[in-house]
Design a protein. Structure first.
Length: 419
């Protein structure tokens, strides 16, 4: 008798709580607000205590100065009074020569003068002390603010390194569990997800490269074998040539898509590459097509060495020169290819004669599968990925490309790359 299998048991529950543990007293968390409040409140309290102490010492000194006698009796029998602080009561002779009321008035004036001098001295010294404390407070506050905000600088440096395509970098911020640490941990989690996404993308590009190229290569081989048969009917040969051209166009499309996917990432391995050499190789490859179309290629190519990938940089030059030759005037057309160093950056410019291009359509030229005055590709001049690849490769090298309509027709393409 067959026994009924037991239903699968539920997996055991984890012994640890995967959620982030919450503190027992969340209001005791050392947040940035509390730390800055304690820091600047303590600085204000210390500065106030120091200022109060200095004013107290200055006031004590002023009172001590004010307690000095205004005058001294030089001779007792014949009353003679002398004063350094109050010249008004400096007199010689007995009190009988000076009215008593005038003598008392002079003493009162001297007391007022001495009190005013003590207050003025106290005010001036207090202002100097306040100025000194302000300078010290600003310097100390600047240093402490830099110490408190130093994690932000670390986060910024890591973000800048990640922008340079180093997705393996992490902040891993140590310190109190405050808002900055929470921001750093969140940023690390985001980088982890981005790295996994880019790794998956690279794996997909590699797999797609193999899966898409293989059947197209097989189709091309079969078509070439059938076309090589001299006994094949004319209709079959015409159909084979059409299919071969379609297959070649599909291969170009696949190659362009894969190159566009690879070039969207920053270039990690860089080597010295001379744009003049790259441009010369591109001109040599397009020279036969240009001669067939009656297009003259000229230009001055000065040395301009950059750090990058030679194959991708050659694709930039080749795409630009091919577009300049293919989209040209029917007769007496020309293409000018120049390379040079301008303002510390390497510049490769490709200009040509051709149809008039409105300025508002320039941005559409860099979009995939876009052409001038058409939403989708529909000619045999390419697959519509040339300028998209050029822009992606330039961005991957830390540069950019700019297009400008040329007077009389045609375009001026300028690729700027850091040296």
């Amino acid at each position: 008798m067959a026994t009924t299998p037991a239903p699968p048991q539920a997996p055991p529950k984890p012994t640890w709580d995967p959620r982030r543990p919450q503190p027992v007293f969340p209001w005791l968390r050392p947040t940035i607000r509390i730390r800055l409040t304690l820091l600047y409140g303590g600085m204000f309290l210390i500065a106030g205590i120091l200022l109060l102490s200095i004013i107290y010492l200055l006031a004590a000194q002023a009172i001590s100065t004010g307690n000095q006698p205004l005058f001294k009796i030089v001779a007792f029998q014949k009353l003679q009074v002398s004063s350094d602080n109050c010249p008004a009561i400096n007199m010689a002779g007995t009190t009988s020569t000076v009215p008593l009321q005038d003598f008392n008035n002079a003493i009162a004036l001297c007391v007022d003068h001495q009190r005013q001098a003590a207050l003025d001295d106290l005010l001036s010294r207090s202002l100097l002390a306040l100025l000194g404390l302000a300078v010290i407070a600003f310097a100390f506050g600047y240093a402490m603010a830099g110490r408190v905000l130093s994690p932000l600088g670390r986060i910024t440096r890591t973000a800048r390194a990640v922008a340079g395509s180093d997705l393996s970098r992490r902040i891993e911020l140590d310190g109190p569990d405050d808002e900055l640490k929470e921001l750093a941990d969140t940023f690390d989690d985001m980088l982890e997800r981005l790295q996994r996404a880019f790794t998956a993308q690279q794996r997909f590009v590699g797999n797609a490269s193999h899966e898409l190229r293989t059947p197209l290569a097989i189709n091309r081989t079969l078509l070439e074998v059938h076309l090589s048969d001299p006994g094949a009917p004319m209709e079959l040969q015409q159909l084979g040539k059409t299919l071969l051209a379609t297959n070649e166009r599909s291969e170009q499309l696949v190659e362009g898509l894969l190159l566009l996917a690879r070039s969207d990432n920053q270039i990690v391995e860089r080597k010295p590459v001379d744009l003049a050499e790259v441009a010369t190789q591109a001109v040599d490859q397009v020279h036969a097509e240009a001669a067939a179309k009656g297009v003259t290629i000229r230009g001055v190519r000065k040395p301009a060495v950059v750090q990058g990938n030679g194959v991708l940089l050659e694709r930039i030059a080749l795409n630009l020169v091919q577009n300049a030759v293919r989209y040209n005037v029917p007769e007496d057309g020309w293409v000018e290819v120049d390379t040079e160093i301008q303002h510390g950056q390497a510049v490769m410019s490709v200009s040509n004669t051709g149809p008039v291009v409105p300025a508002y359509e320039i941005d559409n030229l860099f979009e995939p599968f876009r052409r001038l005055r058409t939403e989708r590709t529909g000619s045999d001049k390419g697959v519509g990925l040339g300028l998209s690849i050029v822009r992606s490769v330039a961005r991957a090298h830390g540069g950019h490309i700019a297009a400008q309509p040329r007077e009389g027709g045609g375009l001026v393409m300028r690729v700027t790359l850091p040296v």
